[in-house]
Write a protein that binds this ligand. Structure first.
Ligand SMILES: CC(C)(COP(=O)(O)OP(=O)(O)OC[C@H]1O[C@@H](n2cnc3c(N)ncnc32)[C@H](O)[C@@H]1OP(=O)(O)O)[C@@H](O)C(=O)NCCC(=O)NCCS
Length: 363
């Protein structure tokens, strides 16, 4: 048995064959079509396998994302397609592969690692914790919008630059190229909804489904709140059944508007997060506070624990997993009642940190 190591370029088909058999046995397409930026020859160095002579036994892939937000630019390691051959489970292979991905993420100066799973306890053993926020709304019923001059389409043949232009206007988004947007647009099992201005300019878009995942979920969208709402109204009427839209917590206008409609609101976590470069992340957060006029923000690691607070209002945080929930949410500073009101007011200038990963970037 050898590895964990990156596959050689000639081994990529064999690795994809292993993943397709283990994770996409029902799908007529390759997993590479669902994650077109992760399973490419130029991301081979971020794939990890353990192999036995000619066979792949265990795998995980890492995709580094640069995520811009108003206060901090993060480097985030998204980890996915974690799987071990059935006959070799329970021998520590996945744990070894994931730890190697984390080591590589650290070497590549990622601040945090993130993954999406329902195996919470398996990943907690490696220091991941559910953190960050995600708000979803089930659009239960048709709703009317004031008559507009928008026209709507479900045609999937759409220029990536138009989507890219609206995508770039998000306050929190990953750095993507138009070429990457083109690849995302051709992911199988994707429904694309668009709203157009009379002059032919794209006014809003909404993307539902992503391969075997996210059917019935709008996981990428863009455009101003009113135009997006008009598009959602069109989608609800067109589908004739409820669907869900996933939103970042900072999309306050959209959230307020949706709350006035017949919807079911659910609050969840962004994903399972682990800090991989504490000093680097802490320096970025301190810089962001200084830019907001808060020079005495404290976030230090002392041995196994953390000292966290502002000025003299400091607390010791024993577990890194609590630290992750303080930084990215969902812990509410006011509700925990340990900090003074003036400290909370300063925290709220940038915390919880706005972190969001749009659906196409999840792996
Ligand atoms: C989950 C999976 C990747 C683990 O691979 P593995 O090589 O057996 O993992 P390891 O040997 O490193 O760790 C196994 C440990 O995880 C635990 N574990 C396995 N599945 C688990 C689950 N569903 N929930 C919690 N713990 C789990 C095992 O009990 C074992 O614990 P032990 O060492 O105390 O006995 C493997 O079972 C698999 O490929 N499953 C199908 C694909 C999948 O679900 N992938 C996860 C996608 S996020």
């Amino acid at each position: 048995m050898e590895g964990p190591r990156s596959p050689r370029e000639t081994e990529l088909p064999q690795v994809l064959d292993f993943l397709n058999k283990k994770l996409r046995s029902e799908a007529p397409w390759s997993i590479a079509a669902e994650y077109p930026t992760a399973f490419t020859p130029n991301n081979l160095h971020n794939m990890r396998i353990i192999a036995d002579e000619e066979r792949v036994l265990s795998h995980a892939v890492l995709k580094p994302l640069i995520i811009k937000s108003p206060h901090v630019i993060y480097k985030v390691a998204a980890i996915g397609s974690v799987v071990t051959d059935d006959q070799h489970r329970g021998q520590g292979l996945s744990t070894t592969v994931i730890k190697d991905c984390l080591r590589s993420a650290q070497e590549q100066s990622c601040d945090i690692a993130i993954l999406w799973t329902d195996l919470f306890d398996f990943y907690r053993r490696m220091g991941f914790e559910l953190a960050g926020s995600e708000i979803s709304f089930v659009i239960e019923d048709n709703f009317n919008m004031p008559v507009s001059n928008l026209s709507f389409s479900t045609d999937s043949k759409i220029a990536p630059d138009a989507i890219y232009r609206l995508y770039s206007q998000h306050s929190v988004n990953s750095v993507r190229s138009i070429e990457e947007t083109r690849k995302f647009l051709s992911i199988p099992q994707t429904q694309i909804y668009t709203a157009w201005e009379p002059n032919g300019q794209l006014a809003a878009y909404a993307i539902e489904g992503k391969g075997i995942d996210l059917g019935g979920y709008i996981h990428e969208w863009g455009g101003s709140t009113s135009k997006l709402l008009s598009l959602l109204s069109f989608i609800r009427a067109k589908k004739g059944t409820p669907f869900t839209i996933i939103c970042p917590k900072h999309s306050q206008n959209l959230i307020r508007e949706l709350e006035t409609r017949h919807v079911t609101k659910n609050s969840g976590f962004l994903g399972m997060i682990k800090i991989v470069n504490f000093e680097q992340l802490s320096a970025k957060i301190k810089r962001a506070f200084r830019a907001e006029g808060v020079a005495d923000f404290v976030l230090e690691k002392q041995g196994d624990h953390f000292v966290f607070g502002i000025g003299q209002d400091l607390y010791t945080i024993t577990h890194e997993t609590d630290m992750v929930r303080l930084l990215f949410g969902p812990i509410d500073y006011r509700a925990i009642g340990i900090f003074k009101e003036e400290t909370v007011a300063k925290f709220e200038k940038i915390m919880p940190l706005n972190l969001w990963v749009w659906g196409w970037d999840s792996i």
